[in-house]
Write a protein that binds this ligand. Structure first.
Ligand SMILES: [Mn+2]
Length: 364
């Protein structure tokens, strides 16, 4: 059913799952779907419920080096599916399988298994926040062989690699779509599930600072906070702590920073991290420091991972579409936040990036 805006407004009773245990408190007026701003057709949601209803075992996957949105969306959905009586496993396809330290506070991690333990040909796979099969790392192969694949994502660059797309680039986070799926499954939010979704929402909106922060985002946050989750603890876990070594690596990275026209950039070789035993994943927030530069329109940070590849994070203030630049370099992302991997030197990587940036500037 739809309201006048064409958006789904009510749960279709025929499409709802069996419902969760009554121990979970209801979160909204009975049968009402919360607003999300999503334009995914109701028929697609119905098909998802159908596929989920028919599956006994469901394998969930999110992108490699998961962020709060990828892992949070997956764990929230997984917890609900398990409560519905499904056998659920969840994973991500990193060669060295470990939950990033910043995300270890997320509830529901008992769902996680190493990628090697995911069935080679799952009956049903659901992927989260991953725009391409490549972004699934080792689990790209399982996805290719799965009988059905539901792709839940909000990247404009998503290739639609599943058998069913629940993709909407208009929403701020995959967590928004995960919440919509949870409601349609007949689920409601307890504090643990809400914590996972909230982690996704705050990660992808930069704590409600980015332009993706719509009224619907704040309404969703209100629903989540109403479960009693601890916004202060979540913020501290995600952003306000790091090992001492981070300060030293940060100092070296800032010492190396360059400003060229409207581009500010720096790099972190792995030897810097090795000196302090600092894992690669601790560098996530570095781009947010570099991108604050007033004189720059675009920011880039090159981080050498443990295998010697350069993981490049880029940000734009809006005039330049770094998403398409990164897509041309084999990566992807959003208009204002994107990334790619380079196996070349720092100099070659930056030369390739600068060339595409000059083109984009010319078109702007
Ligand atoms: Mn996301």
């Amino acid at each position: 059913m739809r309201d006048r805006t064409g958006r789904p407004s009510r749960v279709d009773p025929g499409a709802v799952g069996q419902g969760l245990s009554p121990a979970l408190p209801p979160t909204g007026p009975e049968g009402t779907l919360p607003p999300s701003g999503s334009v995914i057709p109701e028929a697609a949601w119905r098909r998802a419920l159908d596929l989920i209803g028919k599956a006994d075992e469901i394998a969930l996957a999110c992108h490699v080096s998961p962020d709060g949105d990828a892992l949070g969306s997956m764990l929230a959905t997984g917890s609900v599916l398990r409560a519905l009586g499904k056998r659920v496993i969840a994973s991500f396809g990193d060669r060295h399988f470990a939950v990033p330290r910043l995300l270890r506070f997320l509830p529901g991690q008992d769902l996680l298994v190493p990628p090697a333990d995911v069935p080679a040909e799952p009956e049903l796979m659901i992927t989260f926040d991953s725009s391409t099969p490549d972004r699934l790392g080792l689990l790209g192969a399982n996805t290719a062989k799965a009988h059905e694949v539901i792709v839940i994502d909000h990247h404009l660059s998503n290739t639609g690699f599943g058998t069913l797309s629940l993709i909407d680039p208009h929403v701020a986070a995959t967590a928004v779509l995960a919440e919509q799926l949870i409601y349609r499954l007949g689920g409601s939010l307890d504090r643990d599930i809400a914590t996972c979704l909230y982690a996704g929402l705050v990660t992808d909106t930069g704590s409600f600072r980015y332009s993706s922060t719509t009224p619907e985002v704040h309404q969703m946050a209100a629903r989540l906070v109403a479960t009693g989750l601890h916004t202060d603890e979540i913020a501290r876990e995600l952003w306000d702590r790091s090992p001492f070594g981070y300060l030293k690596v940060l100092a070296a990275a800032l010492d190396r920073v360059s400003l060229e026209d409207h581009l500010v950039w720096t790099y972190v070789p792995r030897v810097d991290r090795a000196a302090y035993g600092l894992p690669y994943t601790e560098l996530e927030g570095l781009i947010d420091i570099v991108r604050r530069t007033d004189e720059a329109e675009v920011a880039a940070v090159l981080k050498e991972d443990d295998h010697g590849a350069w993981q490049v994070s880029t940000r734009s203030k809006g005039a330049v579409d770094v998403g398409s630049i990164c897509a041309e370099l084999g990566g992807g992302g959003h208009h204002n936040a994107a990334g790619f991997t380079s196996h070349g030197s720092v100099e070659d990587t930056m030369a390739a990036f600068r060339a595409l940036l000059a083109n984009a500037d010319g078109e702007a």
